[in-house]
Design a protein around this ligand. Structure first.
Ligand code: SRM
Ligand code: SF4
Length: 575
């Protein structure tokens, strides 16, 4: 149900006639005449965790030669809470080499991505992933996505409970259709085409993607306010899970040039006891299912439903379906969105090692055998591997007696590089962008490391080598590396051209704001260096970079979603 009188977006009819996400997927995947699939199935395959892409580096050349685009598929593997076993890591490592482009991507949502899987290998690859007891169901599409949670194992009991909560929410919100099992795993078809039950989603699923995260204060590593639905864990006096503050209506995506689209930080709904969490997640999803915009996909996320109808209306709808009311929010405080790097000893005496992984890319280079090193660790490791929301990796649960062997491998494969980077780099994130992302307007993963190196020189010169500034880049305005919550946000506008955003809070509670529109790549270094130099001289004790840029008048603070664009009007007025 949508209250919008505008015609439904074509994807709504497409979902409806797909017979619960089957469409002609099985047939078109088997067609050997092309590396591509038709548009209808391009939309449907997302619900199965995959995207059709092409290598954009060779697009022009192939067009000239009148060749089909260099098509391949992205596969996203769901990892609730980011936790997998060493065996699953090894399986992903092998699959990346055998069927994909040889690298693994740890995503900003604690999942794995494979790139470059050609159509004829798609089914085998998905089967191999399932053999490792992982899957790609609902990793993309208009459904609930990978559920994130704080992966810091040293928080022991509380963390264990939060991880279980993430898994419970994930399982509860999975689609029920057997389409995935039929198409990819050769399960027998539902007898006689009998109608299936899709109790939460119905035939047309959600108006748009839906994202859930659980944060454990004081860490806001999951960027809980960027989520459609967020839970902030509240512990009792013994450090055990007591309940959650619930947040709704966060999101990052916007469209350049459309001021009615904007990033938004979530609103609070109140506090709930821990055992109510799955029920609340379901009801929030149901309200969005029934009232989300199904006409304009750029305005279809929960944040717009709440922006238009108001948080009080939304809370009332959720409470009416629950049959009980939220308690007032419990006190909590966030300190940062970053990861805690290096070795830490947990309450149970086991060790955990967090490594910085640049942009989440796991591959070997001539002087940095990262992929091989992690493979060797996974071979002997008895704990688990944890993907963080900042694209990093925790080798978790190392018994004291096993630490020396892991340290030896860290040394042998130079993995200590993931421990000794500057404060700026350790707080950097870039989305994938070119060459695989079909929506990229500019480089991101392939460019940010270079820009960071240049800015590092300035930081060192200012005596700020280890000072933390959160810097994030994306190749377009969709916000996949959550750039609007970065103290320095760089968002691709065109090839070699970026918008520069400043003024987000270090703890992820305030969005940034546009500082300069359409800056050519070569001007980024002088532009940002000048502000860093000013910061090094004029900052107050303990003042964060984002707060400084507001106090010093570089940008005005963004209080909520729509005023994210205020500065643009202000700038136009100045001109
Ligand atoms: Fe994203 C679309 C990559 C996290 C907002 N995102 C895409 C696609 C699939 C492009 C496409 O639709 O053709 C990208 C694939 C690129 C590639 O080649 O790999 C892509 N998104 C990613 C990843 C891999 C970025 C990364 O470097 O880690 C992240 C995968 C997460 C996962 O494991 O599920 C990723 N995307 C995000 C996030 C961050 C988050 O969820 O915390 C956001 C912003 C938060 C949000 O959703 O509001 C995000 N991605 C988008 C959007 C804009 C959605 C919107 O509301 O407007 C799109 C475009 C769309 O959906 O139409 C998009
Ligand atoms: Fe692609 Fe844009 Fe997402 Fe980057 S932010 S991965 S360019 S959709």
């Amino acid at each position: 149900m949508s209250t919008d009188s505008a015609p439904l977006h074509p994807n709504e009819a497409l979902k409806s006639r797909s017979n619960y996400l089957r469409g002609n997927l099985a047939e078109v995947i088997a067609d050997p005449l092309t590396g591509s699939i038709p548009e209808e199935e391009v939309q449907l395959i997302k619900f199965h965790g995959s995207y059709l892409q092409d290598d954009r580096d060779v697009r022009a050349e192939r067009r000239k030669k009148k060749l089909e685009k260099a098509y391949s598929f992205l596969i996203r593997v769901r990892v609730p809470g980011g936790v997998c076993t060493p065996d699953q890591w090894l399986a992903m490592d092998t699959i990346a080499d055998t069927w994909a482009n040889g690298s693994l991507r740890l995503t900003t949502r604690q999942a794995f991505q494979l790139h470059g899987v050609i159509k004829s290998n798609l089914k085998t690859t998905i089967q191999s992933i399932n053999q490792a007891l992982l899957d790609t169901i609902a990793a993309c599409g208009d459904v609930n996505r990978n559920v994130m949670c704080n992966p810091n194992p040293h928080l022991s009991e509380l963390h264990g409970q939060v991880l279980q909560t993430a898994r419970d929410i994930s399982a509860h919100l999975l689609p029920h259709t057997r389409a995935y099992h039929e198409i990819w795993l050769d399960e027998e078809k539902v007898a006689g085409g009998a109608p299936e039950e899709e109790p939460i989603y119905g035939k047309t699923f959600l108006p748009r993607k839906f994202k859930v995260a659980i944060a454990v204060p004081p860490s806001n590593d999951v960027d809980v306010f960027a989520h459609d639905l967020g839970f902030i864990a509240i512990a009792d006096s013994e450090g055990k899970l007591h309940g959650f503050n619930v947040t709704v209506g966060g999101g990052m995506g916007m469209t350049h040039g459309r001021e009615d689209t904007f990033p938004r930080v979530a609103d609070g709904l109140g506090y709930i006891p821990a055992d109510k969490v799955v029920e609340v997640a379901e009801k929030v999803v149901l309200v969005q299912r029934d009232f989300g915009n199904r006409s304009d996909r750029a305005r279809a996320r929960l944040k717009y439903t709440i922006h238009e109808r108001g948080i009080d209306w939304f809370k009332g709808e959720v409470e009416a379906r629950l049959g009980w009311t939220f308690e007032p929010e419990a006190p909590y405080a966030f300190s940062s969105t970053g990861d805690r790097y290096g070795w830490v000893k947990g309450a149970d005496g086991r060790f955990h090692l967090t490594l910085f992984i640049q942009n989440g890319r796991i591959k070997d280079t001539a002087d940095y055998p990262l992929k091989t090193g992690l493979r060797e660790i996974a071979r002997i490791h008895k704990g688990d591997m944890r993907l963080t929301a900042n694209q990093n990796l925790i080798i978790a649960g190392i018994e004291p007696d096993d630490r020396a062997a892991i340290e030896q491998l860290i040394h042998q494969y130079k993995l200590y590089r993931g421990l000794h980077q500057t404060g700026l780099r350790m707080n950097s994130m870039a989305c994938v962008a070119l060459p695989t992302c079909g929506l990229a307007l500019a480089e991101s993963e392939r460019y940010l490391p270079t820009l960071v190196s240049q800015l590092e020189d300035v930081m060192k010169e200012c005596g700020m080598r280890d000072d933390e500034i959160v810097i994030r880049m994306t190749g377009c305005s969709n916000g996949c590396a959550r750039p609007y919550l970065a103290e320095i946000g760089l968002v691709g506008k065109a090839p070699g051209v970026y918008n520069v955003y400043l003024g987000a809070a270090f703890n992820g509670s305030r969005l940034n704001k546009l500082y300069r529109d359409s800056v050519p790549q070569n001007n980024l270094l002088p532009l940002i260096s000048a502000i860093i130099r000013d910061y090094s001289i004029s900052r107050r004790p303990g003042e964060r970079f984002g707060d400084f840029t507001i106090r010093s008048g570089y940008v005005k603070p963004t209080r909520k979603g729509p005023d994210f664009h205020d500065e643009i009007r202000y700038k136009e007025y100045q001109i």
